[in-house]
Design a protein around this ligand. Structure first.
Ligand SMILES: C[S@@+](CC[C@H](N)C(=O)[O-])C[C@H]1O[C@@H](n2cnc3c(N)ncnc32)[C@H](O)[C@@H]1O
Length: 346
C-alpha cells in the first residue's frame, strides 16, 4: 500500500503522471516491485525466465560470447544488464572464462549476484560496466518504463495516471511530441482507439549501450515482435502484470506488488541499432539457440539418458530426463522459443 499511497500524494500535489513516470515509481521507486527485499526472477518468485528454466540457456549463450571474442579479440568483457539472480551468468561462466560484470538496479538481485557469482563485478548502472565485448540483456527491456499512446481521429493521445472516484484511473491527454513521433515511426498501422506502448527508454538504452561497447555485440532477448507482427495485439495493447507466476491485476491496482511489462517492439530497437552503425539480425530464440548448438546438446542428453537406462541407474536417468525436458522448454515454439533475439554487432 505504501507505493499506492505515495503515488496518490504525488498526483494530488503535482497532477497526473505519465504512464512511464508511474511505471518507474511502481517498479523502481521506494518500495517498488524490484526495489523491495524480494528477489523476483527465481522459481519461488513472480516470473520464470529462460536461465531460471534451464542452465543450458547460459551454457549455449557461452558459445555466442566465444564467437564474438574470436571475432574482435582482447580486450574483451562480458556484461549482463538486468542480471537478476545471476542464473544466466553462473551457467555461462561454468563453460568459459571471461572478465564478467553484472549490472542490476535491484538491491536484492545485487545481493544474490554477489553470493551466486562472486567472481563477477556488480554495478548499478551500465555506464560503470559496459566496454568492448558482449552485452547480454534477457527480459530487461520489457521492464523499462514506457508510455501509453492511443490512436485518435485527431492524432495521438497519451494515457496518464490520475485519481478517480475509486482510486487510480487512466485519463487521456494530447501525446507529448516525442511520444507521438515514436508512435508514428514505429507502431505500424494502428486502428483508431488502439493502444501502443511507446518504448522510448528501451530505444535510448540500446543507443547508450552500443556507444559504450564501441566494438563487440549486444544481444537482447525478450518477448515481443516486429511492429508488423504486433499489429493484431494493438486493439487492447500488450501491457500486463505478473504476480507469483500468473497474470496479475490491472497495473493501477497494486503498484509495487506486481511486475509491469509489455511486448518489446523490436522494429524500434533494430532502427536505433542501425542508426548507431551496428549490423543487425533479428531471430527467434529457438533459432538462435539452434544455431548455437542446443539441439545437438539435447541429442547428447538423450543418448546419455538411454545409457543410464541400460545401466539401471534410475535416479541418474530421471535427473538426465529432467535436464532434457527443461532445456526443451527453451525451444518451445509457443513459449520461450517464440521470444525474439536481437543481435547488434559493431
Ligand atoms: C525480468 S527480470 C530478468 C532477470 C534476468 N535477466 C533473468 O532473465 O532471469 C528484469 C531485471 O532487470 C533489472 N533492471 C531493470 N531496469 C534495469 C536497468 N536500467 N539496469 C539494470 N537492471 C535493470 C530488474 O531489477 C530485474 O532484476
Amino acid at each position: 500500500m505504501a507505493v499506492l499511497d505515495s503515488l496518490k500524494h504525488r498526483i494530488m500535489d503535482s497532477g497526473p503522471l505519465y504512464f512511464d513516470e508511474f511505471m518507474n515509481e511502481a517498479l523502481y521507486g521506494p518500495g517498488g516491485f524490484f526495489a523491495g527485499d524480494v528477489l523476483r526472477s527465481v522459481k519461488g518468485g513472480d516470473f520464470l525466465t529462460s536461465p531460471e528454466v534451464s542452465p543450458l540457456f547460459g551454457a549455449t549463450l557461452a558459445r555466442f560470447v566465444e564467437q564474438e571474442r574470436a571475432r574482435i579479440g582482447e580486450p574483451f568483457r562480458l556484461v549482463e544488464v538486468g542480471a537478476g539472480s545471476g542464473s544466466l551468468l553462473a551457467s555461462l561462466l561454468a563453460e568459459i572464462e571471461v572478465d564478467a560484470w553484472a549490472v542490476e538496479v535491484s538491491p536484492p538481485a545485487r545481493l544474490a549476484l554477489e553470493a551466486i557469482v562472486p567472481a563477477v563485478r556488480v554495478a548499478d548502472k551500465a555506464e560503470t560496466a559496459v566496454g568492448r565485448g558482449v552485452v547480454l540483456a534477457n527480459e530487461l527491456l520489457d521492464n523499462l518504463p514506457m508510455s501509453l499512446a492511443v490512436r485518435r481521429a485527431e492524432g495521438w493521445a497519451e494515457q496518464v495516471v490520475a485519481i478517480g472516484p475509486d482510486g487510480l484511473t487512466l485519463e487521456e491527454v494530447p501525446a507529448r511530441p516525442e511520444v507521438g513521433a515514436w508512435a508514428d515511426r514505429f507502431s505500424g498501422p494502428v486502428a483508431e482507439g488502439s493502444l501502443v506502448e511507446v518504448q522510448l527508454q528501451a530505444a535510448e538504452w540500446v543507443r547508450t549501450v552500443l556507444n559504450l561497447i564501441g566494438e563487440g555485440a549486444l544481444l537482447v532477448i525478450d518477448y515481443g515482435a516486429t511492429a508488423e507482427e504486433l499489429e493484431p495485439r494493438r486493439v487492447t495493447g500488450t501491457l500486463r502484470t505478473y504476480r507469483s507466476h500468473h497474470l496479475g491485476p490491472d497495473p493501477l491496482h497494486a503498484p509495487g506488488q506486481t511486475d509491469i511489462t509489455a511486448d518489446v517492439n523490436f522494429t524500434a530497437l533494430m532502427a536505433v541499432a542501425e542508426e548507431e552503425g551496428a549490423a543487425v539480425e533479428l531471430l527467434r530464440q529457438d533459432d538462435l539457440l539452434t544455431d548455437l548448438g542446443l539441439r545437438e546438446e539435447l541429442s547428447r542428453l538423450r543418448r546419455e539418458e538411454l545409457e543410464l537406462a541400460r545401466s539401471g541407474d534410475e535416479m541418474a536417468r530421471l535427473q538426465m530426463r529432467s535436464c532434457h525436458t527443461e532445456a526443451q522448454a527453451l525451444l518451445n515454439p509457443r513459449g520461450l522459443g517464440d521470444f525474439r533475439a536481437l543481435v547488434a554487432r559493431k
